[in-house]
Ligand binder design. Structure first.
Ligand code: 9WN
Length: 432
């Protein structure tokens, strides 16, 4: 149940981050619109400003590129003190780019799932007409098609990410081995800004940040041409969480298509394709766990992370696989469960991984969005009591520490940016 006091705190945080056109992720650190942040922020808005929830969807989709991609950062109001600024991407004059300055790659496509959720709740359902919905549907369909086709080098329908920022989990140790093999060269001049607002040891290491910039520079040199990126970027990854979110979003997009009377055959084929290949590509029967895939090297990435649990959100594992994910890993105190070194879950990297970094961004901290996604997945498989416990523990964290970007799983203390929009928005989801 949502208390008046929680609602008031969320409203204050989101209003404080409202730019008028969109809600920014946090006051200082992230002054622009981010793709998956914006989508889940719309869910929070549905509790006290439902029209604004749809406006958030509208402003995100307005950034769509002509080739279908929906970018990861959108600079509606021009540059700020955030690095990289809009010009750094060098997208001006690109025929395939959109009308609003943006980054040149994308982020987890959770938007179609959010749109379905908004359509299924009374506060927001009646506030959108079919013509607008059809426009949103066509845009999301084009984005998903871009992912399944343009971003897929092997005909499997599984998209590849070409930069760690696309995963939403920028410096995850899942990418460490690939990043370690990249030697930055000929870097353009730049000044890192993220460590102005957040402690250095809670942000990506300097050597990784340099590689992020190096890969943006490579993309610029390739004029962001999709085929050239697939052929030449040193980072070419099939990310389990990204694909799980897309698979679930395909399901929700097909639901929307059926409601609008559209032919959803293309989406059904993507879903069938992903289901057919998912286990073969990612499942390790011996360890009862999924592993991401380095498509450039042609091998699995040996790193135990939160990502396998997000497959439950998409309904990808069988009941037996789900049981192994939960029993052998999620509830294992040596890895992901409170009890041993951990006080709160779910850490973004298993506690017994050598690269576990409990305060460093995506190297271990607990993120509200991840717990929310895992909780929905647990319910999908009937683990309601576990989902209830995860929601209660996550809410206790935000109650105690405030709406932070992430939390140290050893003691629940706050890390990263404060007044973080999706932690606030999703606290309402968890309470509801
Ligand atoms: C780069 C906004 C975004 C999130 C990402 C998170 C972080 C940006 C950064 O912040 O990434 O895109 O500057 O670190 O990793 O998931 O969407 O909240």
């Amino acid at each position: 149940m949502i208390s008046e006091s929680l609602l008031a705190r969320v409203r204050t945080t989101l209003k404080g981050n409202d730019t008028g056109t969109f809600i920014k992720p946090s006051p200082g650190q992230y002054p622009h619109q981010w793709n998956w942040d914006s989508a889940v922020i719309a869910l929070g808005l549905s509790y006290f400003d439902p029209a604004r929830a749809w406006a958030e969807v509208e402003s995100l989709l307005a950034s769509q590129w002509r080739d279908g991609m929906v970018p990861h950062i959108i600079y509606h109001h021009g540059p700020s003190d955030y690095f990289p600024p809009p010009d750094f991407w060098q997208t001006a004059g690109l025929a395939r780019a959109g009308d609003i300055p943006s980054s040149a790659f994308t982020q987890p496509p959770i938007l179609a799932t959010v749109v379905r959720m908004l359509l299924e709740r009374p506060s927001t359902a009646g506030l959108i007409d079919d013509a607008t919905l059809r426009r949103h549907y066509d845009r999301m369909l084009a984005w998903h098609r871009w992912l399944h086709v343009t971003r897929c080098p092997d005909g499997s329908g599984l998209p590849c990410l070409i930069h760690p920022w696309e995963s939403g989990a920028d410096n995850s140790p899942r990418w460490a081995a690939i990043l370690d093999g990249i030697t930055p060269a000929d870097l353009p001049p730049y000044k890192r800004r993220d460590t102005v607002h957040v402690k250095v040891d809670e942000r990506p290491r300097p050597e990784d940040y340099t590689r992020f910039v190096h890969m943006i520079n490579l993309g610029r040199q390739l004029r962001w041409e999709p085929k050239a990126l697939l052929d030449q970027m040193p980072f070419l990854v099939q990310d389990i969480m990204y694909i799980a979110i897309l698979h679930r979003a395909d399901e929700d997009l097909a639901w929307l298509g059926a409601r609008l009377g559209a032919d959803t055959g293309e989406i059904d084929a993507w879903r069938a394709g992903t289901t057919a290949i998912f286990d073969q590509r990612f499942w390790d029967e011996k360890r009862g766990f999924y592993y991401d895939y380095d498509a450039r090297a042609g091998r699995r990435i040996d790193m135990a992370s939160y990502a396998p649990f997000t497959t439950l959100f998409a309904g990808l594992p069988s009941a037996a696989q789900a049981e192994r994910l939960v029993r052998e890993h999620l509830l294992n105190p040596a890895e992901f469960a409170p009890g041993g070194a951990l006080k709160v879950g779910v850490p973004t990297i298993a506690a017994n991984e050598p690269l576990f970094g409990p305060r460093r961004y995506w190297c271990g901290p607990v993120w509200v969005i991840i717990n929310w996604i895992i909780g929905i997945g647990l319910r999908r498989y009937g683990y309601d009591a576990l989902a209830d416990k995860l929601a209660a523990d996550t809410l206790a964290l935000v109650d105690d520490q405030g709406f932070h970007e992430y939390y140290d799983p050893r003691d629940g203390s706050a890390c990263g940016a404060a007044d973080f929009s999706w932690s606030a928005a999703l606290a309402l989801e968890l309470a509801a």
